[in-house]
Design a protein around this ligand. Sequence first.
Ligand SMILES: *Cc1c(COP(=O)(O)O)cnc(C)c1O
Length: 390
Amino acid sequence: MVSPSEALLAILEDVLGDIQKPVSLHEPHFAGQEWLYVKDCLDTGWVSSVGSYVDLFEAQLAKSCGVPHAVLTVNGTAALHIALMLAGVKAGEEVLLPALTFIATANAVFYCNAVPHFVDCEQKTFGMDAQKLAAYLAEVGVKKEGGLYNRKTGQRIAAIVPVHIFGHPVDMDALETVAQDFGLPLVSDAAEALGSLYKESPVTSHGLLSVLSFNGNKIVTTGGGGAILTHDPDLARQAKHLTTTAKVPHRWAFDHDKIGYNYRMPNLNAAFGCAQLEQLGGFLVAKRALAERYEAAFAGSSHFEFFKEPEFAVSNYWLNALLLKDGMDRESVLKGVHEAGYLCRPAWTLMHELPMYKDCPRMDLSVSENLESRILNLPSSAKLGMGINA
Ligand SMILES: *Cc1c(COP(=O)(O)O)cnc(C)c1O
């Protein structure tokens, strides 16, 4: 009998070929104008929060994300923080977000002095289950003047924050219906989903606001960085104002009209981002080719199910994922592949299982709990789909 970890190793060797170990989960790839654009910043002296690359990257990003406005930030968490403020989240209020996500989503809610309220996900997308959310809100929500209130805690529920897990779009139409029915804004955490399409348009063009991350492990990196995306010119203007210390524009006076944040992406990082964004199309092709190879290799597996994009989406396949069969020992599988140099990873510890967030309000999270115990991420760097084996 072949053990599950031996079976997984055989497939990884087959798909990835003779490759240098260790194979990390996701590495950045610099094959464009990165050196040239960064050098230009150094040569001209424009390295900090003002410069032509910041404006250029914003314009190019907005175009590729299907929105008229993009505002760059120092990282994705800062972008989420500001997006939640702009959506009207106030201290003490609750924000609906999935239990299965990276901790930044919950932390950004906490930075608003608001309370994360955890929602279950569906196996089809790994993201928020719109139907389950609607049924839950019908039960715990009370509509009053000023909005929707949680019957149990008495607090206002201020927003819904879906997360496109591993780059796979959630069912945005279904969530928009829930959002409309309950009068809640949708702020989409698209940190992992640059380049993913929902029903033929960029997933980032849906909802009131979307947020991206350009951390080193994301599909496109600026070293560290993030962005706020929106169709609404007034929200975009406020986003720019809040991320630039709320300084009132003036040639020499330093006047600020509220407490703002120093969250603006520096020109140096934006220059890097311009060079990376030019390669996004190639990254997407390479990542899809890799996902197709994985899919074919896992097709007959009795131990593993390869996670495929939902039918309404064209995913960027940021991180490829497997589902282990129920009851399989995930730790021994991880140990086996790590020892062989493949740095596969489980999903994040669920938010309500972390000590900081264990007492937060939540619905039944049984699907998230089951999936969390079975998800395994596979090496997914773009270069693996380009046949670069270094
Ligand atoms: C990466 C990520 C973030 C935060 O981005 P940073 O740039 O690291 O602050 C937020 N949400 C999700 C789901 C992420 O994967």
